[in-house]
Design a binder for this molecule. Structure first.
Ligand code: PMP
Ligand code: GLU
Length: 394
């Protein structure tokens, strides 16, 4: 048997993560001495707040460096339950309905591992984050993309969802605010998701990881609050984005007790539990002052206006302002550069600006690129200046 034949067939269905591929490429170019303006990854440039770091260090110094409960520290689950109640209007029992996971990505992974049977179709409005498709395929499911129209502002309708339904459809995965578009679902859209889920008896996975990063007084609506939805929804969230804690790997999943009991088996047999002192940091993040979140969001809002307006002024680019998250998702005229992958390559080669091609986010992302403004104003200005220098005048 050749070495490559030793790789399981399922890996042939999975692409490398486009977001991590861009990050790795940036590191490689920098090591070669190239100057790169990195608008690739969705990683806050802010430091994790001091009180969060302090709580984890203190916990470690107190000897909390061992396994903890597989569901997560009881006091953290209580804080998460309180957060759900106060921020989202969701009632989740900390004892039976919440599992703390090492990252929201792992929460998604074990949630889908627990609920998708081989061949089950998962409705995936697109554009959507790169790892959803991969996770669905890992667990034997089939992503059923629901491409949304850029010209219509990527609006999600019941008709669009219905047109993708088949007898194998088992679930719908939604993410609001959305990575990469920055769109936050309106009440009409959330209602549409709830209606179709009810009609077709679907489970809903609601990834709410960007809920705190919203602009212009937009509100985050949790799918689980819609009539009849709590019993059919798994809510995913985490600490990476709101508290600038990407390296901590801390997230959580909440849902009906019967499903969470099964998800727990997947947690126990994969990672056991989330990091002990890491959870102490998470507890400090949730129970401490939320001013740090407000300060970061205010800074993101300023950057959003700057980058969206500057991009929109470039010939051939249309860049609406996102409602939330820290990405802009401009559409670039195909006639200027070919497809979005060609444009991404050209931009890196000629301007040294790293972005993620829109096609990485599914069929709805073609013709766009994602640029992250979880980067300092100086970097954003440098990137824009480098783009203007090489941009063809039309
Ligand atoms: N969901 C979305 C939409 C994301 O953009 C990310 C960012 N990586 C995650 C989940 C996972 O976050 P983490 O694994 O860092 O908790
Ligand atoms: N969510 C971020 C992004 O989309 C981090 C990288 C990842 O996990 O994909 O860039």
């Amino acid at each position: 048997m050749s070495i490559t034949e030793r790789v399981a067939d399922r890996m042939g269905l999975i692409e490398e993560s486009a977001t991590f591929a861009v990050a790795d490429q940036v590191k490689k170019l920098r090591a070669e001495g190239r100057e790169v303006w990195d608008l690739g990854g969705g990683d806050p440039d802010f430091a994790t707040p001091d009180h969060v770091n302090g709580a984890a260090i203190e916990s470690m110094e107190q000897g909390n460096t061992h396994y903890v409960a597989s569901r997560g520290l009881p006091e953290l689950r209580t804080a998460i339950s309180k957060k759900f109640e106060e921020d989202n209007g969701l009632d989740y029992d900390p004892l039976e309905q919440i599992i703390v996971t090492p990252s929201a990505k792992h929460a998604l992974f074990i949630a889908l591992l627990t609920t998708v049977n081989p061949g089950d179709e998962v409705l995936l409005p697109s554009p959507s984050w790169v790892s959803y498709e991969a996770i669905i395929r890992f667990v034997g499911g089939v992503p059923a993309f629901v491409p949304l129209e850029s010209e219509q502002g990527f609006v999600l309708t019941a008709e669009r969802l219905r047109s993708a339904l088949t007898p194998r459809t088992r679930m719908i995965l939604v993410n609001s605010p959305n990575n990469p578009t920055g769109r936050a679902l309106t009440r009409e859209e959330v209602t549409a998701v709830a209606e179709v889920a009810e009609e077709a008896d679907l489970l809903i996975i609601s990834d709410e990881i960007y809920e705190k990063i919203l602009y212009d007084d937009r509100e985050a609506i949790s799918l689980g609050t819609m009539p009849g939805c709590l019993e059919r929804t798994l809510t995913i969230n985490g600490f990476s984005k709101a508290y600038a804690m990407t390296g901590w790997r801390l997230g959580y999943v909440a849902g009906p007790q019967e499903i969470i009991a099964e998800v727990l088996k997947a947690q126990q047999h994969t990672v056991g539990c989330a990091g002990s002192f890491v959870q102490a940091g998470g507890l400090a993040a949730l129970t401490g002052s939320q001013d740090c979140v407000a300060e970061m969001v205010a800074e993101y809002a300023t950057r959003r206006n700057f980058i969206a307006e500057a991009l929109d002024e470039l010939p051939g680019v249309r860049c609406p302002k996102p409602d939330g998250a820290f990405y802009v998702f401009p559409q670039v005229e195909a006639s200027m550069f070919g497809d979005d992958t060609a444009f991404t390559n050209w931009l890196l080669e000629s301007a040294g600006v790293a972005v993620t091609p829109g096609c990485a986010f599914g069929p709805g992302g073609a013709g766009h690129v994602r640029m992250s403004f979880a980067n300092s104003q100086t970097i954003l200005e440098g990137a824009l200046e480098a783009m203007r220098r090489v941009w063809p005048s039309s």
